[in-house]
Design a protein around this ligand. Structure first.
Ligand SMILES: [Zn+2]
Length: 85
């Protein structure tokens, strides 16, 4: 079977996903599709309010900062910066 997005064969390959009722696709192609639709892990970013997106950005920045350097304080100013723009 071929990938729904790139049309290359994907049966037997690693990182293949199945879209219910549609068919298989590569994990990377799924990410590309979700990015184009502005969705991630089932979250439709286009449906979120500006304030909700700003909170999500701050949450992600804090998590990344926490993972990259656990000795630094969380970037609480990120939330303030993004919500005041
Ligand atoms: Zn593909």
């Amino acid at each position: 079977m071929k990938c729904l997005i790139c049309a290359r064969y994907c049966v037997g390959q690693r990182d293949v996903r199945i879209l219910q009722g549609q068919g298989p696709l590569h994990q990377a192609c799924l990410r590309t599709l979700q990015f184009a639709k502005r969705q991630y892990l089932g979250l439709d970013l286009t449906a979120q309010k500006d304030e909700e997106l700003a909170q999500l950005v701050a949450l992600i920045e804090n998590e990344l900062a926490s993972r990259n350097n656990r000795s630094h304080k969380p970037k609480t100013e990120c939330y303030i910066r993004t919500t005041l723009q």
